[in-house]
Design a protein. Structure first.
Length: 662
């Protein structure tokens, strides 16, 4: 059997501009920012990904490199007047979560939204010029998702007009605080406010951690870099453990846009407590889109490799078959491509809605939309991180043994993405907020105020609808059939949740499935909304193909929740399976190449030996082996030679022992 020379798909070194690509990236502005970042990075040795093999670096050396990259990024931002968003995007291009990452992602966003105008006039310029390095200190050893349980205290001292911050217990130690083990000079500390012996709940305090001239710790501050993370992930992030012992903070540094303590100790309560959602919503709004890009990179690498790799002569034509042509690969990669696209496109809309809210809030102080955004971002956080974490691992497995090589990039992708399942709240804990909101609106009969809760109307009538009729595979491509299954599954899960809640059962496990089902419905609606708004574009067929694979993939499990008389007969199930198979093959045969090309990830962005511009995967893997730091271990050769002689020494000792007995 002859094996043809394997050829690789073209992988760009610079972004190619297409109408489809501009759309997928969210418009020209974002595409141009990406192009400018790549131009600044490529050729700059501090950002090189080929000359430095990060998995081979000691953790301390990897973080040092990340700190130097942070310095260079700051220089580039100030030199080229990059907007904050471009700076945050540039951080992600390093694939290493740099210590400077929180500066605009959560530190400055809180200064903007939670400080008074007078405070912002002082602190925003300092943060923008990087005179101070910031972080956000909320999570404690004993409390993460349960923010109300935070133990750190901030007691007002009227004699000095200061707050005194303390860590009263071991469990009150601030922990997992990004960019704080070594880097941050200031942190926004979440602490329980105490004035005249009375507690007023959690408030935010801008606290100096390190001396700006020497980087030495401020009096009363203890910081420990908390050590390596699982899978060696987030190497560029110096997560810190912080303790406070009578650390004094001027009263003027309590973030005072919503609540204040006056000079005489009078507490001015916030007019609207919804502002407390703000910090979490900020990060989760970013995560809604970012996780999708993480998964897309993994799918792209897997696609490039599986279309190159050939295994077995499936069709008995005398040639090995591209791995991508096997159903075992297509059924794994095509749904992930569709899901990742849904996460990005719907996530972009969620982020736009949050940006619009933020702009309006800064002008009007109106928080009326914040609760809805909070619900959206909570659901998106759980949904997107679950799909992305497991999806990246699926991509690795689909590439066979070579996917396990660190040079493939999958290990780095997984290690840096899977943490999102637990940070900003463990998904099983955070997921409980969605069912809680569903019950709240159902009991208040206000579900009509949120289109995402439209399915609750079925619980009002208590009358089951007519079962859907499916006669052909084409019927499963119709929106009303798809919507029926997704809504009725939710009706079943919500009813079960209501029954369990009323019975006093622990629902902390089952609520996760309900939140994921809610996510399916929200992203299904959001994806089709994107498709409908682009019906006249030349890329509409490809977008539609993605949406159909996404829709039919989630229907595969959704229909099992339906109970009689709504459960699907066997014929309808068979037709669904056939429609799904057809949709996957249509996407794989007619659209996937165009979609991958439209995303246009460059070699630099993918950073994988399985997706090089100038090498085949085999060449890149072999060259990687040639560069291994363990190729020249001559200093251990004498030890190895000596080890092979140990048996002689043991035998001689045994013989001497036997002779001694005689």
């Amino acid at each position: 059997m002859s094996t043809p020379t394997q050829t690789k798909r073209n992988i760009p070194t610079t972004p190619d501009e297409t109408t489809f690509g501009l759309f997928l990236w969210g418009g020209r502005e974002k595409f141009d920012r990406r192009k400018a970042i790549l131009e600044a990075f490529i050729g700059n040795p501090i950002f090189s990904k080929k000359t430095v093999t990060t998995p081979s670096l000691a953790r301390k050396d990897a973080w040092t490199r990340a700190a130097l990259q942070s310095r260079e990024l700051i220089r580039l931002k100030l030199k080229h007047d990059w907007p904050h968003r471009q700076f945050m995007e540039a951080v992600r291009f390093t694939d290493n979560m740099l210590p400077v990452q929180p500066q605009f992602r959560i530190f400055m966003s809180n200064l903007e939204s939670q400080m008074s105008d007078e405070q912002k006039a002082i602190w925003i310029p300092k943060a923008e010029r990087f005179e101070i390095f910031g972080s956000y200190s909320q999570t404690e050893l004993g409390h993460g998702s349960n923010v109300r349980g935070i133990e750190t205290t901030s007691t007002f001292d009227p004699a000095t007009d200061e707050f005194i911050i303390n860590s009263p217990t071991t469990s009150s130690t601030k922990y997992w605080i990004g960019a704080t083990g070594v880097w941050a000079t200031h942190s926004i500390v979440v602490a329980r406010l105490i004035v005249n012996g009375k507690e007023y709940g959690n408030h935010l305090f801008l606290t100096q951690l390190q001396n700006l001239d020497t980087q030495e710790l401020m009096p009363g501050v203890k910081i420990y870099e908390m050590g390596p993370k699982v899978f060696q992930g987030m190497l560029g992030t110096d997560n810190g453990a912080l303790r406070f012992h009578n650390v004094r903070v001027p009263r003027a540094q309590m973030l005072a846009r919503n609540a204040q303590v006056l000079r005489d100790g009078t507490y001015v309560a916030p007019k609207n407590t919804k502002h407390s959602y703000g910090s979490m919503v900020t990060v989760r709004a970013l995560m809604a889109e970012i996780t999708g890009w993480d998964l897309l990179k993994a799918v792209t690498v897997a696609y490039h490799y599986t279309t190159f790799r050939r295994q077995f002569d499936r069709d008995h034509k005398g040639e090995e078959t591209p791995v991508f042509d096997y159903a075992s690969v297509r059924y794994r990669l095509m749904p992930l491509l569709a899901q990742a696209s849904a996460l990005v496109l719907v996530g972009q809309n969620i982020k736009r809605a949050y940006d619009t809210y933020t702009e309006n809030y800064l002008l009007t102080n109106d928080t009326s939309e914040l609760e809805d955004l909070h619900l959206q971002t909570v659901g998106a956080k759980v949904y997107s991180t679950e799909i992305t974490g497991h999806g990246i691992e699926t991509c690795r497995i689909s590439c066979g043994g070579h996917g396990y090589n660190a040079l493939s990039g999958f290990g780095r992708m997984y290690a840096n993405a899977i943490n999102a399942v637990t940070y900003e709240g463990d998904n099983y804990v955070v997921a409980q907020q969605v069912p809680r909101a569903i019950l709240k609106h159902f009991k208040a009969k206000t579900e009509s105020s949120l289109s995402s809760l439209s399915y609750l109307s079925f619980l009002r009538t208590r009358e089951p609808p007519e079962p859907i009729k499916v006669h052909t595979t084409a019927d499963w491509l119709l929106r009303d059939r798809q919507r029926f299954v997704l809504e009725q599954r939710l009706v079943t899960l919500v009813q079960n949740h209501m029954d369990d809640t009323e019975a006093g059962k622990d629902t902390s496990f089952s609520t996760h499935a309900l939140t994921m089902a809610h996510g399916d419905f929200i992203y299904w609606k959001g994806f089709w909304n994107v498709v409908d708004h682009n019906g006249n574009e030349d890329f509409y067929p490809s977008l539609n193909a993605l949406a159909q694979v996404f829709s039919l993939s989630i229907l595969q499990n959704a229909h099992f929740a339906l109970t009689p008389p709504l459960s699907l007969p066997q014929k309808a199930r068979n037709l669904l399976a056939e429609a799904y198979r057809n949709a996957i093959n249509d996407l794989a045969d007619s659209h996937v190449a165009r979609i991958i090309d439209a995303y246009g990830f460059t070699e630099y962005e993918l950073d994988s030996a399985l997706a090089r511009a100038d090498e085949t995967p085999y060449e890149a893997l072999l060259n990687g082996a040639k560069k291994s730091e363990m190729n020249n271990m001559q200093h251990l050769w004498p030890m190895m030679v000596d080890t092979r002689r140990i048996w002689r020494e043991v035998e001689q000792d045994k013989q001497r022992g036997q002779q001694a007995k005689l």
